[in-house]
Design a binder for this molecule. Structure first.
Ligand SMILES: [Zn+2]
Ligand SMILES: [Zn+2]
Length: 311
């Protein structure tokens, strides 16, 4: 362990909020260079041909339930400065056909968003709802490999508990896997460079084409200090749970209490999948082995329906 890692480990032990480089839910951690609104809105899918910056800001404010001023006011700036997932937000534009990575809000009464993509073609092909995952690098994280594997296993188990028959198989070495996970900093070969500590924490790829190389993969920004069960650093459990949601086909939710909310909300002891998340995943894959697309079948029963442990 090098000297930096040793210092960070000591910080964790001391539970200090002063010596870690970036506790993501601490306002002081966001004192990076000013955010360029135009670039920010473009990065997260709000700038479109023919749309002014003010209109893009309005779309952003509308999605996140902020006062719609069309200006980078204090509430908007605060959200801009909050660490978040790198996946673009869905756009409400009447449901016109879009390219990959754009999503459609299937029902404005619902707050979850499912993408147009899922693993159902693969499940039909193999006759079961089985996905293989593997972690290929833990980067320079101070969380040990054992802890990272444990948290990932628990996160997969939680999503598995929401859909009958859904199985996540952990593989390693040279085995093929649908869901490949690694930590990387800055540019890492997929065209979506990370940005140092803060800002974007991680991103994942939808199952937009089950045979595409990146489909279902998750990358964590190795410049974040991921932690477990502490208010210091970035809570790995919450970010992992969120990114797996994307890897399964869920987009960002407007519900701030949902795991699929794009912005990092800090460590919350006992944080689990919200009913909104469960309804979303069951709308894709069903909750009783029916293959899903039940139009929110899990809706009102939601978490309570079958005593799923995820709720
Ligand atoms: Zn996300
Ligand atoms: Zn990436």
């Amino acid at each position: 362990m090098d000297i930096i890692a040793t210092i960070l480990m000591l910080c964790l032990i001391m539970q200090s909020i002063d010596c870690l480089p970036k506790p993501a839910n601490h306002p002081a951690s966001n004192s990076k260079k000013p955010i360029d609104a135009g670039n920010y809105l473009k990065k997260f899918g709000y700038m479109k041909p023919g749309r002014t910056e003010s209109q893009a800001i309005q779309a952003f404010q509308n999605f996140y339930g902020l006062p719609v001023t069309g200006k980078v006011d204090d509430a908007t700036k605060k959200l801009f400065e909050t660490p978040r997932c790198g996946v673009k937000d869905p756009q409400e534009d009447g449901g016109r056909k879009r390219r990959s990575f754009s999503l459609r809000i299937v029902n404005r009464e619902k707050r979850y968003v499912k993408s147009s993509y899922s693993w159902k073609p693969l499940f039909s092909r193999i006759g079961e709802k089985r996905l293989r995952w593997k972690l290929t690098s833990i980067g320079t994280q101070i969380l040990g490999a054992d802890e990272i594997f444990r948290i990932l296993r628990e996160a997969f188990a939680m999503w598995a508990s929401t859909v009958d028959g859904l199985i996540f198989e952990e593989v390693g070495g040279g085995d093929d896997a649908e869901l490949i996970i690694f930590f990387a900093a800055n540019s890492h070969g997929d065209g979506y460079s990370f940005d140092g500590s803060g800002g974007v924490l991680a991103h994942a790829f939808y199952p937009y084409d089950v045979d595409a190389p990146l489909a279902g993969d998750t990358h964590f920004d190795d410049d974040e200090v991921y932690t477990d069960k502490t208010y210091v650093g970035v809570n790995f459990w919450l970010v992992a749970l969120h990114e797996i949601g994307h890897a399964l086909g869920l987009g960002h939710s407007k519900n701030r209490d949902a795991v699929m909310y794009a912005y990092y909300t800090g460590y919350i002891p006992g944080k689990s999948l919200h009913e909104d998340d469960v309804n979303g995943i069951r709308a894709i894959y069903g909750d009783g082995g029916d293959g899903g697309d039940g139009g929110g079948k899990g809706g009102k029963g939601g978490c309570k329906g079958k005593g799923k442990k995820a709720c």
